[in-house]
Design a protein around this ligand. Sequence first.
Ligand code: UGA
Length: 438
Amino acid sequence: MTLRITVVGTGYVGLVTGVCLANSGHDVTCVDIDPVKIDLLRSGRSPIYEPGIEELLRTTLDRGTLRFATPNAGWRDLIGDVTFIAVGTPMSPSGAADLSQVRAAVSALCDAADRPFTLVMKSTVPPGTGATLTGRFLAAARHSIAYVSNPEFLREGKALEDWYHTDRIVIGADDPAAVMVMRALYEDIDSPIVVTDVASAETIKYASNAFLSTKISFINEIANLCDAVGADIDSVARGIGLDARIGPGFLRAGIGYGGSCFPKDTRALDFIATLNGYEFTLLKSVIDVNNRQRLLPVIHLARALPDLHARTVAVLGLAFKPDTDDVRESPAADIVPQLLEEGATVVTYDPVAAPIELPGARRAASVWDALEGASAAVIVTEWDEFIGLDWERVRSVMAAPGIVFDGRNCLDGATIEAAGLTYMAVGRRGAHRAHDRC
Ligand code: UGA
């Protein structure tokens, strides 16, 4: 069945949703208030760095199943049989999700609707939002609008793979007809479908991200313990991950999680729990551990190099993870200012990442430029370029003692040490410890 679909918001989630549904043969219009973005997309270029997205964008544009529009001429003609909301829900200073863009979009659509349609929430919104929006906007519309919560579980850098090979599709709706429409929409995807009520679907999204964040903070605490007792986190993670009840995923220790989702969603869930009179103690600890973990490189370097103020440190990686240009909540944004605070000279480098405000630090044009004369290098992002470095050459350009702090436990410590460098990591046996002086 071919459906007429509209996706409001061409950010990361909206663009992937629109392009993939158009690729399935649906008739898709992606809408955004930013005319520059719309022009770029119409020309077949993607504003985000995501492997495979540009190819699919061009294919669907050529095939005529994908269109882009701004709402300048009004919303009425833009509303599809199924209209997705995929606008941003950034973190507000209180930690709550800022729903102003969601409210504006839902309000505009409900006001403009001249016939019934299905409104699907793809933006990550806290539990209870669907009920609030329905009571406030959908109930006041002239036509019946069915509300569906359909959270996304896409990882940046692997979005297309995750769309077509997802572990589950979640549909939260009270209207059985809307559930049928959603099933038809995803009929080409082979995946279990969880059909539930709106509040439960909203909670599944937050609980998933909170659980994965918990796994990361847990393994990071175990890694810190490994450092203290002389155990090796790689063996420990493998040993526990082989237990099918635990699973091997998200047990990579390091300097903690970043990105546009985990930090924001854990804080928003904590906020919504507090607002509902519930003290989510475990989640608060997960957030605290992650905040502390980011500063590990600074703690290690300050101990190993008492004259850190007279040293240059290369910070390698600004993206919050590899295969993305996204610098939102990158650990580098905490590490760099703290190194500067310690008096160090900081040079950063990233092969892809978007510009990031790091006053006082110099951004190098190449990894070699960044490493030249640096006494220490901190791996913040596990880009292949860093994993494949020629460590003999690294040793020759760095200043003594040549510390490599592997914030992602992604390098081979033995090779680095054999090249005459000092290898530090998070909970890895054989790596130098924070209390070692160089
Ligand atoms: C995450 C979830 O994985 C997606 O399922 C979800 O849809 C998405 O958030 C979202 O809510 O939109 P993403 O933020 O793209 O996806 O990134 P992940 O690959 O999950 O990594 C998040 C952070 O955790 C990164 O900083 C990564 O370096 C870190 N991480 C991940 C670890 O430190 N250790 C691990 O073992 C795994």
